[in-house]
Each structure stands twice: as structure tokens, then as C-alpha cells.
Ligand binder design. Structure first.
Ligand code: PBG
Length: 324
């Protein structure tokens, strides 16, 4: 056969394949989301996320210690609160002695060098289970901004390095930036959930935090999965308002959006490999239908290849172990 170009030549041996590998996955890329609960010496497994636990703060410190030993150095914390601590205005979110802010302080105290990212949204603290303030069945935008601004400042005061607004209210990045600056937190970064879709893949996360909306859905603030041009509008606004990172969420069903943002914006693009994506891989692997380790690394590599420089993923610990 007279075939001049033979791409298979570069795949002949492991060394050749490594030489031409375009994308490398590293433990430096990972941000591990962690769930926190009240109490002492307590951890409960999330039923829909095998291997993922809600930790009381003392055990959270042990968990982070193990992760640091594996090379993971960035964490995103989420609180699971009892219903009794939830109300309409998410009061508990700014309680300095509450679960969340105490946990941030405890982690930064023990591990000053790790990066702590926080979640800015009302849902874990809201009796309505929505990310914004609810009135007569509607999610109010501008009054929510005031609550989110105070929440971000309280988190920065507790030691957060990056605040992550996940609420999708209009104007929240700009408002949070101004509030942080006024309070002297110029160095606290904002990782905006710039392009966050109204996705079925958040189900297991809402189980983990018992934070599902008490009525309706999140479609008046989260984006329609059918849209990609709208992603550019959301990203442009967040750049103009002062975001330091642009996140796409979920990741795997939205690789085109990661690529779109990567090709159109200079800020680092991050992606959230969400709870449902974790649950899908884990349930198939537990049934012996997919190879757990190879599937995890392939998913994460794909997200990076699409253009994400950092990945929020519940697989961080397993992947870090595999990458050793
Ligand atoms: C809520 C929030 C959600 C997630 C992160 N922050 C869920 C939602 O919007 O309902 C989902 C993360 C995941 O599924 O892993 N502000």
C-alpha cells in the first residue's frame, strides 16, 4: 500500500504515545468539594455518592490532612444544616460561630497554605431551598445581592481565599467585588459560576446538603441547557464585573461550553464535575459495567482537554492516588 501519512506510527510504543500526548492531568488541577455537618467525630456517607461523606469539623481536618499528603491543595466547602437553622433570609450564613464560618477558620488555622474556596448562595441556609430570596413564589434578584455580599464578606473574614458565587443572580459578581474591597479583602478572589445550567446532574448534591428547592425549580436563574450563545453573555458580564475565574457547570455534558469560554476569554476557565457525574461513574463501576479508575481519569482528562485549567471534582482523592 502506498500510504504516506500513517498516524499510527506515533502510537507504536508507550514512550512515543507519551511524547505526543497533548494534555496532562495533574493533582495541581483539582479542587475537592467537601460537605460539612454539625457534631463531633461524625461522618455520614451520601447515599447517592458512594465514597463521599459529610464530615464534622474535627474529621474534616483529618480528611484535609490526608488530601494534603496526596498533593491536593484546594478545597471547596459546603454546609449541611438542620432545618431548624434555616430561614427565609439565610441568617445562619453570616453567623460567625455557625458551622460554616467556624469550619473555614479551623481549616485555615491548621492548614494555612491550602486554598479554601467557599460557596456564595442562599440554598443551604434557606427555608425555601432556593439560591435567592423568595417572595410570593418569585426569586428576587436585587435584595438577594445584599445577602450574598454580606455572606462573601463573612467568608473572607473567616479566611476564604476564593469566594464562589453559585447563585446566578444578575450583578452579583460586581456587588460582591465592591463589598469585598470596601471591607479590605482586595486579595480575595471570585470564582464565578459564570455559566451554570439548570441541570438534573445536581440531584445527589441536594441529597448531600438536604437543600432541594421546597417548590418549583431553578430555571428562572440557572441557564437553559439548550443555550450556548447565552453563555457568552453571562461570561462577558462576569469579566466586566471583576471575576477572577470563570466556571462552567456541569462539566461533562457541557464540554463545548468549556471550549467556547476558553476560546473567547483570557481568564482561567474552571469546570465543576458535579455530583451527578460522580454518581453515574460510581454506580456503573460498582456494577462492574465500567472500569472505575480508567473512567475517572478519562473524564477528568476530557474536561481539561476542553480547556479547563482547574476542575472541581469529587474524584480528586481517587485521581490523586492514581496519578501518584
Ligand atoms: C447551589 C449549588 C449547587 C451545586 C453547587 N452549589 C446545586 C444547585 O444549584 O442546586 C451543585 C454541585 C453538584 O451537583 O455537585 N448553590
Amino acid at each position: 500500500m502506498n500510504i504516506i501519512r500513517r498516524p499510527r506510527r506515533n502510537r507504536h510504543s508507550a514512550v512515543l504515545r507519551d511524547l505526543v500526548q497533548e494534555t496532562q492531568l495533574s493533582t495541581n488541577d483539582f479542587i475537592l468539594p467537601l460537605f460539612i455537618i454539625e457534631g463531633q467525630n461524625t461522618r455520614t456517607e451520601v447515599a447517592s455518592m458512594p465514597g463521599i461523606y459529610r464530615h464534622s469539623v474535627d474529621l474534616l481536618l483529618d480528611e484535609i490532612g490526608e488530601c494534603v499528603d496526596l498533593g491536593i491543595r484546594a478545597f471547596d466547602l459546603f454546609p449541611n444544616l438542620p432545618d431548624a437553622k434555616k430561614d427565609r433570609t439565610a441568617t445562619e450564613a453570616t453567623n460567625p460561630d455557625g458551622l460554616y464560618l467556624s469550619a473555614i477558620r479551623a481549616v485555615k488555622d491548621r492548614f494555612p497554605d491550602v486554598v479554601i474556596m467557599t460557596d456564595v448562595a442562599m440554598d443551604p441556609y434557606s427555608s425555601d431551598g432556593h439560591d435567592g430570596l423568595v417572595e410570593n413564589g418569585k426569586i428576587l434578584n436585587d435584595p438577594t445581592l445584599e445577602i450574598l455580599g454580606n455572606m462573601a464578606v463573612a467568608q473572607a473574614r473567616a479566611g476564604a481565599d476564593i469566594v464562589g458565587p453559585s447563585d446566578m443572580m444578575d450583578g452579583r459578581v460586581g456587588h460582591i467585588r465592591r463589598m469585598l474591597d470596601v471591607h479590605g479583602f482586595q486579595d480575595v478572589a471570585i470564582m464565578s459560576y459564570a455559566v451554570k445550567y439548570a441541570s438534573a446532574f445536581y440531584g445527589p448534591f441536594r441529597d448531600a446538603l438536604q437543600s432541594a428547592p421546597k417548590f418549583g425549580d431553578k430555571k428562572t436563574y440557572q441557564m437553559n441547557p439548550a443555550n450556548s450563545r447565552e453563555a457568552l453573555i453571562e461570561a462577558e458580564l462576569d469579566v466586566a464585573e471583576g471575576a477572577d475565574f470563570l466556571m462552567v457547570k456541569p462539566a461533562l455534558a457541557y464540554l463545548d461550553i468549556i471550549k467556547l469560554l476558553h476560546d473567547n476569554f483570557d481568564l482561567p476557565i474552571t469546570a465543576y464535575n458535579v455530583s451527578g457525574e460522580y454518581a453515574m461513574v460510581k454506580s456503573a463501576a460498582q456494577n462492574g459495567w465500567l472500569d472505575n479508575d480508567r473512567t475517572i481519569l478519562e473524564c477528568l482528562l476530557s474536561i481539561k482537554r476542553a480547556g479547563a485549567s482547574a476542575i472541581l471534582t469529587y474524584f480528586a482523592k481517587e485521581a490523586a492516588t492514581l496519578l501518584r
